[in-house]
Design a protein around this ligand. Structure first.
Ligand SMILES: NC(=O)c1ccc[n+]([C@@H]2O[C@H](COP(=O)([O-])OP(=O)(O)OC[C@H]3O[C@@H](n4cnc5c(N)ncnc54)[C@H](O)[C@@H]3O)[C@@H](O)[C@H]2O)c1
Length: 306
């Protein structure tokens, strides 16, 4: 195709996609059914992972629960049975350990079948200034929050590609889109998670695999305990999110094949502004939003996960 024709085609499609976007604001895409899908959730022993498991059980999915914390996954499985008569398969799996991910993934394939919705949700946070962060915790943060995603994709993506059917979900963070004072290793790990999921979505499209979808979730702080003590300066603009709300939005985004989900909504504007404003003004606005002090009172999870 020559330059003029191809440029004209892009201009027409630009108009079409913008119009489609406006129409979608009024008439959203229909939710797909997830009944009968095999949904694997890492970090399913507490917080968002547990709530997602409960929601997918309500929608009739078959659940595979992974966590390093056996008591937590057992409790999630108990709730699924009690509230939805849903019998989940639970596995202890340290997602930071590549060999263990492959071993437990093989066990899942034998005992349950091919995973069709993979939710990489397990996460940890150091919560200290970088030079005060122990090396072992920095390494662990990268292994759990990003490298684990490589190994779960290697384990479960081939079957999704073969069937041209599946969904890859990355529970990343707003800290994967914008740097945060005193969260350097966490931000680096979440930027990596976002970059990996985004690149893999393109790799799938480029190879003609259009039936395997991707959803990348970037929430601000959520009231699950993981970030206890972290604060927000203007809750009216940047509220600490409620776990139920976050879970509902994630399931809705998956069912509508939405690629990016940022919460709260103001984050879409913040990220756009980060890329267009002069750097000094960006820093000033960051200070105004309290970005230098988000982590100053951070305690992290003080309560034991039941
Ligand atoms: N809580 C927040 O403020 C917040 C904000 C943005 C993003 N997130 C992200 O959301 C996800 C869920 O967080 P949450 O708030 O529910 O926290 P949470 O601490 O309640 O849940 C994390 C789960 O991951 C598990 N886990 C930790 N290391 C693991 C490992 N090596 N292998 C397997 N499982 C492991 C934990 O046992 C726990 O059950 C995380 O990826 C987190 O980074 C959280």
């Amino acid at each position: 195709m020559n330059f003029l024709l191809e440029t004209l085609q892009v201009l027409v499609m630009t108009l079409y996609y913008n119009l489609e976007n406006v129409v979608r604001m009024v008439i959203p895409v229909r939710r797909k059914s997830v009944a009968g899908e095999i949904v694997l959730i890492t970090g399913a022993g507490s917080g968002i992972g547990r709530l997602l498991a409960l929601d997918f059980a309500r929608l009739g999915a078959r659940l595979v629960l992974w966590d390093i914390n056996q008591e937590g996954t057992k409790e999630t499985a108990r709730l699924l049975l009690e509230q939805h008569s849903n019998r989940a398969n639970t596995y202890v799996c340290d997602c930071s350990d590549r060999a263990e991910v492959y071993r437990v993934a093989d066990q899942v394939k034998r005992e349950v079948g091919d995973v069709t919705i993979l939710i990489n949700n397990a996460g940890i946070v150091t919560g200290k200034k970088f030079l005060e962060s122990p090396d072992a915790l920095i390494e662990k943060t990268v292994q759990v929050n990003s490298m684990a995603h490589f190994w779960t994709y290697k384990a479960f993506l081939p079957a999704m590609i073969a069937g041209n059917h599946g969904h890859l979900v990355s529970i990343a963070s707003s800290a994967g889109l914008i740097g945060v004072n005193a969260l350097a290793d966490y931000c680096a790990s979440k930027f990596a998670a976002v970059g990996f999921a985004e690149s893999m979505a393109l790799e799938l499209l480029a190879t003609g695999v259009d039936g395997v979808k991707t959803t990348i979730v970037c929430p601000f702080f959520i009231n699950t305990g993981m970030f206890d003590g972290a604060n927000t300066k203007w809750p009216i603009m940047m509220p600490i999110l409620q776990p139920d709300y976050v879970c509902r939005k994630i399931v809705d985004a998956i069912q509508r094949d939405q690629v990016y989900l940022y919460m709260p909504r103001i984050l879409y504007t913040v990220i756009a502004m980060k890329n267009i404003l002069p750097t000094k003004l960006g820093v000033l606005l960051g200070q105004y939003m309290g970005a230098f002090d988000f982590m100053s009172e951070f305690k992290g999870r003080t309560k034991k996960i039941e």
